[in-house]
Write a protein that binds this ligand. Structure first.
Ligand SMILES: Cc1cc2nc3c(=O)[nH]c(=O)nc-3n(C[C@H](O)[C@H](O)[C@H](O)COP(=O)(O)OP(=O)(O)OC[C@H]3O[C@@H](n4cnc5c(N)ncnc54)[C@H](O)[C@@H]3O)c2cc1C
Length: 498
């Protein structure tokens, strides 16, 4: 949008396919794939930097404020809305979509007919490996994600909690957290000790089968065990009925980052005139943060905007004035700004947020809870402690000028009800688990506009003309790879198996 017809963007995405009508779509249940139903919290200060039409289009269907200064939205919804917004650009031919996994054999990498390669391909980035960029790990933690979907028209007893109460319960401790969209679809997250994580993996290996419903209430399939009771207690804490659970996933959180995010590659396809290509990393390919503070996608969006603005700046300074002459590349040194933006973002998000959580692990709390949980004296003490934490958080939140649930006060009874749902061990764990470190999480942000100021006017208007010759795409065939069997001449040992 910032460079109009001066640029053509080719996007490879392994989770797209071409349907029978020639349309590109996200793979879903029919293709035996699971869409991403995790709910992310998108910060206002990030969204406000997007062009206005994208801001509107992104929250066209779901525009929900759960926490102050942000909105909750599922990743699936983000993907669908952004995909819709890209359609005008694909119709005008400015953007080309390729429903394939990018690898060394991909047409564009083989032919080298591009100027910039952007790795926005997630934490296991192929582009990062292709550019030989190493990752640096700062620490590991373990968690579990429990996905749920509550259908419409359910019994009042099956209703989930109001988002105001979800926020208070989530922020009063750091063992359990709920991120949901409209209170009916989302994930319960559980911070686990390493032993708990290993036990959960073993338990899921035995039971979870992608082709059949999860059926958590079925005690023959999911017999009572210490690991499953951690999950069941979390569900009770947030009053989520087991029958709505669709997925349980162990999560290893490796807080790590790429050693560099800009690299100059040499394409030697034309050996007389080797070409320089710039490669960049954005999003999870560049940096993996702890998901508890909810900043991964926000940081990915900041990185994408910073990079786009840096490319535009470099293009205007270097290439636009000499457009009629020989085609030249963007200079590597122009992107020191992007590299330093990412270093600042990393300092804020990793040191300033993720490591605050890693520095305060859950394991010691769990050990202490194990010792104290079954003494009547300690139970009463911990009950009081947890109740005070809930009351303090409620007071803090309801006093915020931008608290989105002003018309929905959380009552004492609603807080008291929590204790009738969870057992004494969970009360102890939650009383002992640190409350959310609000002070460290809030405070100064690294802003794209500080290093790359831009006005809404500098975004070009949306393309109007559609492609003169509409693209015809062949429907995706499930697997296009061929396996060739090679053998060595004169090999007598394997002769019989040929
Ligand atoms: C449990 C959990 C909760 C989270 N909650 C929040 C939150 O509240 N707020 C927040 O901001 N962030 C949150 N995050 C983080 C957020 O989900 C990620 O940071 C974000 O999705 C990263 O986006 P990305 O585009 O960089 O990578 P991805 O989302 O991983 O997307 C990469 C894409 O590239 C495609 N791809 C990969 N390799 C190839 C290839 N070789 N060829 C073609 N395509 C390829 C993949 O199919 C995928 O579509 C959470 C993360 C987790 C795990």
């Amino acid at each position: 949008m910032m460079m109009g017809g001066h640029v053509k963007i080719i996007i490879y995405e392994a989770r797209w396919f071409v349907d029978e009508c020639g349309n590109v779509r996200w793979q879903d249940k029919q293709q035996k794939k699971t869409r991403r139903n995790q709910v992310v919290i998108l910060q206002d200060h990030v969204i406000q930097q997007l062009p206005e039409n994208i801001q509107k289009g992104l929250f066209k269907t779901i525009d929900e404020r759960v926490w102050p200064t942000s909105r909750n939205i599922s990743i699936r919804e983000v993907e669908d809305r952004l995909f819709e917004l890209i359609e005008l650009f694909t119709a005008s031919g400015q953007v080309e979509l390729i429903c394939e996994q990018l690898d060394e054999q991909s047409k564009h990498l083989v032919e080298g007919n591009f100027d910039v390669l952007v790795g926005a391909d997630g934490s296991n980035s192929f582009v990062r490996r292709y550019c030989n960029i190493q990752m640096i790990s700062e620490g590991i933690e373990y968690a579990c994600g429990v996905g749920y979907e509550v259908p419409e028209n359910i019994l009042p007893s099956d209703q989930t909690l109001h988002q105001a109460l979800n926020c208070i319960l989530s922020a009063s401790q750091t063992r359990y957290m709920v991120n949901s969209s409209l209170s009916c679809q989302g994930y319960l997250y559980i911070r686990l000790g390493k032993n708990e994580y290993e036990a959960l993996r073993q338990c899921l290996q035995k039971v979870q089968n992608r082709d059949e419903p999860l059926d958590l209430p079925n005690r023959t399939k999911w017999p009572q065990s210490p690991t499953l009771s951690i999950i069941r207690e979390g569900l009770k804490f947030f009053n989520i009925n087991e029958k709505f659970i669709s997925r349980i996933a162990p999560i290893e959180i490796n807080v790590r980052h790429a050693s560099v995010v800009v690299r100059e590659l040499r394409s030697e396809i034309n050996s007389k005139q080797p070409k320089k290509i710039l490669a960049f990393l954005v999003g999870d390919a560049a940096m993996n943060v702890h998901f508890w503070p909810g900043r991964g996608m926000n940081s990915g969006m900041k990185a994408a905007m910073a990079l786009a603005r840096n490319i535009q700046r470099s293009y205007i300074a270097n290439i636009l004035p000499h457009r009629q002459e020989n085609h030249s590349s963007l200079p590597f040194l122009d992107f020191l700004d992007y590299e330093s933006f990412m270093a600042r973002l990393r300092a804020r998000e990793q040191q300033g947020r993720s490591l605050r959580i890693l520095d305060s692990p859950i394991d010691p709390t769990l050990k202490e809870a194990q010792i104290n949980a079954y003494s009547d004296y300690w139970y009463e003490e911990h009950r009081k402690e947890l109740k005070n934490k809930l009351i303090d958080t409620r007071k803090e939140f309801q006093g915020l000028p931008d608290w989105p649930h002003k018309t929905r006060a959380v009552t004492d009874t609603e807080l008291e009800d929590v204790f009738s749902r969870i057992d004494c061990r969970t009360v102890t764990e939650l009383a002992l688990a640190n409350a959310w470190p609000t002070r460290e999480m809030n405070g100064v942000e690294v802003l794209v506009e500080d290093m790359f100021p831009v006005s809404q006017q500098s975004c070009l208007s949306l393309p109007k003309s559609v492609h003169k010759k509409p693209l015809t795409r062949q429907p995706t065939i499930a697997s296009r790879r061929r396996f060739l069997i090679l053998w060595i001449d004169g090999d007598t040992i394997n002769k019989r198996s040929r």
